[in-house]
Design a protein around this ligand. Sequence first.
Ligand SMILES: [Zn+2]
Ligand SMILES: [Zn+2]
Length: 251
Amino acid sequence: MQLTFLGTGTAAPLFGRRPSSILLKNGDFTGLLDIGSGAVHSLAATNVDPINLNALFISHFHSDHSADMIMLLHSNGATPGKIRTAPLKIYGPQGLRTFIDGILKLFPETEPETYSLDLKENPQNEKIISNMKVDCFRTEHTVNSIGYRFRINDFEFVYTGDCSFSMELIHSCTGADMMITECSFADRKETADHLTPAYAAELAKEAGVKDLIIIHRYPQTLKEGVEHEISSVYSGRLFFPQDGQMISFGE
Ligand SMILES: [Zn+2]
Ligand SMILES: [Zn+2]
């Protein structure tokens, strides 16, 4: 299983740090975890054609996680010489259908004509392909935000999306081999709907994950050396990917 970090940034404009999107490859399967702006064009640097994406997993509808849905639907229907026929599966929180319907109405060019959209809100125990399943769990960020827990063969990992620290979140992540989570703000600038280095470290430590990947960093947390802060609490393997970086797991 390979993850390519198309966007490790936030809504704050910063060269080299696009908003959230991660390409997941598992054999022939390709999916995106969130689709912030720039994600579709970032795919051009990989060997995955947007027309062949199998599925999307949306954590919430903030634009830094969802804006390139418009571009993906447009490019799937308007790339000269290419016609998409395979369905596109889209998983997301409650409200996904309303979100997609809104895009199709505002941007008529995004309406699929040669393929279907297969939408699923709040997936539970969902078989994606033969060796891959997904569950979602509630996160405290927006009224309907979710994270995902994937199982590929015996390897389990969680993607929290944006979140704040809670016992419920620890419970949802416990026992996973690897966690991808956010670290938006410095500890003294904490908010009610994001993690800081101390909270991200505590979450990973309490959940007992072996590997921790930190993304969604506002400029401040890129400057202030959160690596040391997190590693002083959490002793597993730590990753701070750059945009475009690929990491393999469970192989
Ligand atoms: Zn965000
Ligand atoms: Zn958000």
